[in-house]
Design a protein around this ligand. Structure first.
Ligand code: GLP
Length: 263
């Protein structure tokens, strides 16, 4: 696989780049990577999956459900029994039952289609009375499970991963933070197109927890992401582009489609 990024210096690894035809090919590739990891204990180890929400992830989860359905029942059962995943983030103030919460999104796109136990797909509690304490509890739960194995990541238009908004240092930990106007605008579609209806705060795993995952898959699709992808490929790592810190991870694959790559 080619390595991609500006002038690697000693001790700094770069992205491995997988460039595919379109979003469907990306969903196919990523869903296969997830399933291979889950069904092959040698590849996956025992760490839980790290999952993301967003439009980029929805075709991946649909493809995953299709793939799982084509496996023999014994594999399907093994997958369900062994499932444990932690999502990156959740809005503060939205209950799990609120259809706009990431918990509800995961229930619709993953828990239901794969027939998983809801408790095996974990997210921060957006209605916890003390969001800071909830962030700490969530980080402790991830650590108690051994940290993340394979982590799926989408990319915000401003370079965020999870909800790690710029500026963001690579040591940042799981926390409650204020969302940028750009992010609230990006995610407005799920809130009737009203950026002001998007919650102002979220709980997110930090870059510290993300960079501690065993393997990262950063998925970028669609022409709207072309400008931020170009920045990611051309700029040095900096707090202004949180995803740029991922190039320091020893096993980070950037999976893109042609539209994102060429604009
Ligand atoms: C959101 C989420 C991220 C997601 C990213 C990209 O705000 N917090 O986890 O990966 O932004 O979203 P999309 O895939 O809809 O472009």
């Amino acid at each position: 696989m080619p390595s991609f990024g500006p002038c690697p210096s000693e001790g700094v690894t770069e992205f491995q780049l997988v460039a595919l035809r379109d979003g469907a090919a990306v969903a196919d590739w990523v869903s296969k990577a997830v399933l291979d990891e889950r069904l092959d204990p040698q590849a996956g180890g025992t760490r839980p999956l790290g999952l993301a929400t967003g439009r980029t992830m929805e075709p991946i989860y649909a493809c995953l459900a299709d793939r799982v359905a084509r496996h023999p029942p014994v594999d399907q059962e093994r997958l369900r029994r062994g499932w444990l995943s932690f999502n990156l983030d959740e809005y503060v103030g939205l209950a799990a039952a609120d259809p706009r919460s990431f918990t509800a999104v995961m229930a619709r796109h993953l828990v239901g289609p794969l027939g998983l136990e809801a408790a095996a797909v974990r997210l921060p509690d957006g209605t916890a009375p003390d969001p800071l304490a909830e962030a700490q509890r969530y980080a402790a739960a991830v650590a108690a499970a051994g940290g993340i194995g394979l982590q799926l990541l989408g990319l915000g238009l401003n370079g965020h991963v999870g909800f790690n908004e710029p500026p963001c240092r690579p040591e940042s930990r799981c926390r409650c933070l204020r969302l940028s106007e750009a992010t609230r605008l990006q995610n407005a579609a799920a809130f009737g197109g009203e950026a002001t209806a998007v919650p102002t705060q979220a709980i997110t795993l930090g870059l510290g927890e993300i960079l501690a995952a065993r393997r990262l898959l950063l998925v970028v699709t669609g022409a709207a992401k072309a400008a931020v992808l170009r920045r990611l490929l051309q700029e040095f790592a900096s707090a202004q582009l949180p995803a740029s810190w991922l190039r320091h991870h020893p096993d980070c694959t950037l999976v893109v489609d042609r539209a994102a790559l060429e604009g």
